[in-house]
Design a protein around this ligand. Sequence first.
Ligand SMILES: NC(=O)c1ccc[n+]([C@@H]2O[C@H](COP(=O)([O-])OP(=O)(O)OC[C@H]3O[C@@H](n4cnc5c(N)ncnc54)[C@H](O)[C@@H]3O)[C@@H](O)[C@H]2O)c1
Ligand SMILES: [Zn+2]
Ligand SMILES: [Zn+2]
Length: 345
Amino acid sequence: MKALVYQGPGKKTLEERPKPDVAAPTDAIVKILKTTICGTDLHILKGDVPTCAPGRILGHEGVGVVDSVGAAVTAFKVGDRVVVSCISSCGKCDYCRRGMYSHCVNGGWILGNEIDGTQAEYVRTPFADTSLYHVPSGANEDALVMLSDILPTGFECGVLNGKVEPGSTVAIVGAGPIGLAALLTAQFYSPASIIMIDLDENRLQMSSRLGATSVINNRDGKAVEKVMQVTGGRGVDTAIEAVGVPASFLTCEDIVAPGGVIANIGVHGVKADLHLERLWDRNIAITTRLVDTVTTPMLLKTVQSRRIDPQQLITHRFKFDKILDAYDTFAAAAKTHALKVLIEA
Ligand SMILES: NC(=O)c1ccc[n+]([C@@H]2O[C@H](COP(=O)([O-])OP(=O)(O)OC[C@H]3O[C@@H](n4cnc5c(N)ncnc54)[C@H](O)[C@@H]3O)[C@@H](O)[C@H]2O)c1
Ligand SMILES: [Zn+2]
Ligand SMILES: [Zn+2]
């Protein structure tokens, strides 16, 4: 089969690999129909993710059809169409029983990281019963690819941890796919305002189309001032960090209102300053989270009923044998205006 393989920092190849086999009775082999590229794949390619060794097939998102199952798999059978979750959960360990699948001691975020991932014609998915989701008949499978990672990430790490409430004020720093997924799912709770902050005008225009009440371009470095103007000098109840650099975390520290929450989503590679000398008396909370994907079944229903339409985030399409072009397009997002690139069998 064809697969996209990480070859060490800065290097990737499209190459021929053997089709995977069931290795444990709880495994399923899924034939991938649609996959996509995540910002985290670019982090891996930069060498930021030491758990991902050269030789690894990348990818942790996708929709496919079950090709074979191990003897212990009962919830899925050959031919079932499935969403592959970016998180593999055994369903049995202490963390899984607490709904914290991201820290499953037998799984967690391993796909396209510690084990071969979804950017291939077939993928071996461990703990299939608790890590795959049935595609409802008649569903828009393009939209469902957004359920593997970005929708639960924006929702769980940003909206739920950030305690977005009816009438509240929200700012989302970073309007990439993750920030936009937070924007879409924050609207479940009818906040009074959602301010999107980015450096890219195209992403801010998309934010306005997807429901932002105001957008701020931080190219001039004046985002904090402008948020204060929009909020009558108060700041925001929820500041969602969806970039992963010190500057954007600092923006969140500067705009959070008394009693508010900073909900960090970004993957940080270097330290960010925590200004407790300014924050100690502001009754705030700071949360961090690796997506658990515990809300995937709920989000699937909201996509199915068209309460949200994540298909709007798909900007480009490629056939699988053009996946290297898909990477180039995705990596040059400022120029290509890419958000999510869909790669199809
Ligand atoms: N916690 C989790 O479980 C989890 C899961 C998936 C992804 N992530 C992380 O979430 C982050 C966002 O992912 P993405 O795919 O949307 O990334 P992305 O790179 O596509 O988007 C980031 C956006 O931030 C903007 N930006 C950069 N610096 C800024 C600044 N100072 N102020 C405002 N905007 C700024 C960029 O223009 C870009 O549009 C990444 O760090 C990713 O690794 C975390
Ligand atoms: Zn991801
Ligand atoms: Zn577990």
